[in-house]
Design a binder for this molecule. Structure first.
Ligand code: ATP
Ligand code: MG
Length: 443
């Protein structure tokens, strides 16, 4: 059932060292599940009867990761193993974390605190130990909580997100009550930190089934708490001949047409988020969403800040949402260079793929030509290494100071003026020529 050659020797050595010292020890949770499914485990968790101090004394490289919860990280040949003492969790009064944890309990108690049956299996180096029929659920391809789902979600509301996440990552269905209980308990997701919610949302978006994940979040009631802006798109009729779907369905189609890259998937999810807010009906009876890309970029920034994403991700997604309409009207060379500047070279692949996905998500006939042309033109401009921004100019601020221009706003205007010239005629980007212009026109 488990191919031992897929387990690093170091993992078996950790188990053996503990056993030689008369402690029980098992691989546990996601790594056992993934080994049985023939997937590559993301990380290695070990559970043991040894107390953290005992673990520390047995291995030479140990980091006391969350020692108050019984977890230390054993490093062996640079592979980290999270080793946790058998424990049960005390009361949960805040839907997030136990008020206390107790050690010195049985392996059965330890397994009982785990979230889903498929995450509750143990491997002792030889055999699988399966108290909650996890193997049976793996075979049925089903997510089911260990114990009563209502109770388990009340203890830790993040488990609702994890449930949906595992179903997307593994392509499993969710057992009826396990899903039903999310509908009843969804509001308690409010008590979970945005960072933890974000991490699960990212895993859902990066999985092979992001659309299934967003649908499940919506149907189960979680979406309205974590992304009310997206919930507002559900059933929102666009009344526009470019679209046959409501805004939510359109967004899901676009998401479905993206590769698994985080900025791309986030911007697909958020690109039309401002449509409900910006909706108006023209005299012709057609729906319009003027400036939805600009307001959408602002909203995306707020949303991603709320989820405590890093600044780089926030900025990149902001730019992608803001520029997602750039294919209209058809761009000319000078404006394509400005577009490249606004995007930054690192966002170009995501930008092009978002445009293509947006077209796939709209109504046929699909007109990809503008985007393909734009992609070709961008490639051409980048390959020719033509100047694109002020920093590519053959002169800089110091050169201008030397010929008598004071640093400040006016200097910025002059440099931008030079850039305009060079964007149109790259061959004029020489120091002599540019300084000459400044001397003639600005001195
Ligand atoms: P991944 O593939 O993302 O690592 P995983 O199942 O290993 O998935 P981890 O977050 O690494 O998930 O947690 C390891 C194990 O700890 C889980 O398999 C589960 O047994 C237990 N666990 C983790 N988080 C919770 C939780 N919120 N509630 C109950 N048990 C949990
Ligand atoms: Mg894991």
């Amino acid at each position: 059932m488990i191919d031992k050659s897929k387990i690093p020797n170091e993992a078996l050595e950790v188990l053996d060292t503990l056993k030689e010292n008369r402690y029980d020890s098992f691989l546990v949770g996601g790594c056992v599940r993934d080994l049985i499914l023939n997937r590559i485990p993301k990380d290695w968790d070990v559970t043991t009867s040894a107390l953290p101090e005992q673990v520390i004394s047995l291995f030479s490289h140990v980091i006391p990761t969350r020692i108050q919860h019984g977890t230390v990280t054993v490093l062996m040949n640079n592979i980290p193993f999270e080793v946790t003492t058998f424990r049960t969790d005390g009361n949960y009064s805040d839907n997030r974390r136990p008020d206390s944890v107790q050690f010195g309990v049985s392996i059965f108690d330890d397994v009982s605190r785990r979230d889903f049956t498929i995450n509750s299996m143990l491997f002792d180096g030889e055999q699988i130990v399966d108290y909650y029929a996890g193997l049976n659920d793996l075979e049925k391809r089903m997510i089911r909580t260990v114990g009563h789902p209502w109770v388990r979600y009340q203890e830790d509301a993040l488990r609702m997100m994890r449930c949906i996440r595992f179903s997307c990552q593994l392509g499993f269905t969710i057992e009826e009550k396990t899903l039903e209980a999310i509908k009843d308990e969804c509001e308690s997701i409010k008590n979970v930190s945005w960072e933890r919610i974000r991490d699960e949302l990212v895993k859902i978006l990066m999985s092979d089934r992001p659309v299934q994940g967003i649908r499940l979040l919506q149907k189960s009631g979680l979406l309205k708490y974590i992304l009310p802006e997206l919930e507002a798109c559900v059933g929102f009729d666009q009344q526009n001949y470019h679209h046959r779907n409501d805004v939510f369905e359109h967004i899901l189609k676009v998401l479905d047409a993206t590769d698994s890259r985080l900025n791309l998937r986030l911007s697909a999810l958020l690109h039309d988020i401002a449509k409900p807010k910006t909706f108006s009906i023209g005299e012709d009876g057609v729906g319009h969403f003027y400036s939805h890309h600009i307001i959408g970029a602002e909203m995306s920034m707020e949303i991603l800040k709320r989820f405590k994403f890093d600044n780089e991700t926030i900025n990149n997604v902001y730019i992608l949402v803001k520029e997602h309409m750039a294919r209209y009207p058809k761009l000319r060379s000078g404006s394509t260079k400005k577009l490249i500047n606004r995007l930054g070279k690192h966002n170009i692949d995501d930008f092009i793929d978002l445009q293509l996905a947006d077209i796939i998500g709209s109504k046929p006939p699909y007109e990809f030509d503008n985007v393909i042309d734009l992609k070709r033109e961008i490639k051409h401009i980048l390959e020719a290494k033509e100047p694109l921004s002020v920093k590519d100019l053959a002169v800089n601020g110091y050169d201008l100071i030397e010929i008598g221009i004071e640093p400040g706003k006016r200097m910025g205007q002059i440099l931008n003026g030079l850039l305009e010239i060079v964007l149109k005629s790259p061959e004029l980007n020489t120091r002599e020529y540019l300084l000459d212009i400044v001397r003639r026109e600005y001195n």
